[in-house]
Design a protein around this ligand. Structure first.
Ligand code: FES
Length: 72
């Protein structure tokens, strides 16, 4: 099985088909849905998941990187 990542302009990365997402610190976060939204703006209160805060932050906000998405 493969996973797919779609970057939304000024928004999250939509990750399809992954069992877990690895954050920039190396911590694994299990996915609970077929598609998960991973925060790329660095402002989510539910990191690594997008909580919609990107809609109110400026485009100049630093963007942490998701280092890896895994499927089994
Ligand atoms: S991308 Fe949505 S809260 Fe960061």
């Amino acid at each position: 099985m493969s996973c797919q990542v779609e970057i939304c302009p000024d928004g999250p990365a939509l990750v399809r088909g992954a069992d877990e997402v690895i954050d920039a610190a190396g911590r694994a976060h299990a996915t609970t849905r077929p598609v998960v939204a991973v925060c790329l703006c660095g402002r989510s209160q539910r990191a690594p998941w997008c909580d919609g805060t990107h809609k109110v932050v400026t485009a100049a906000a630093p963007r942490p990187s998701v280092v890896e998405a895994r499927d089994s």
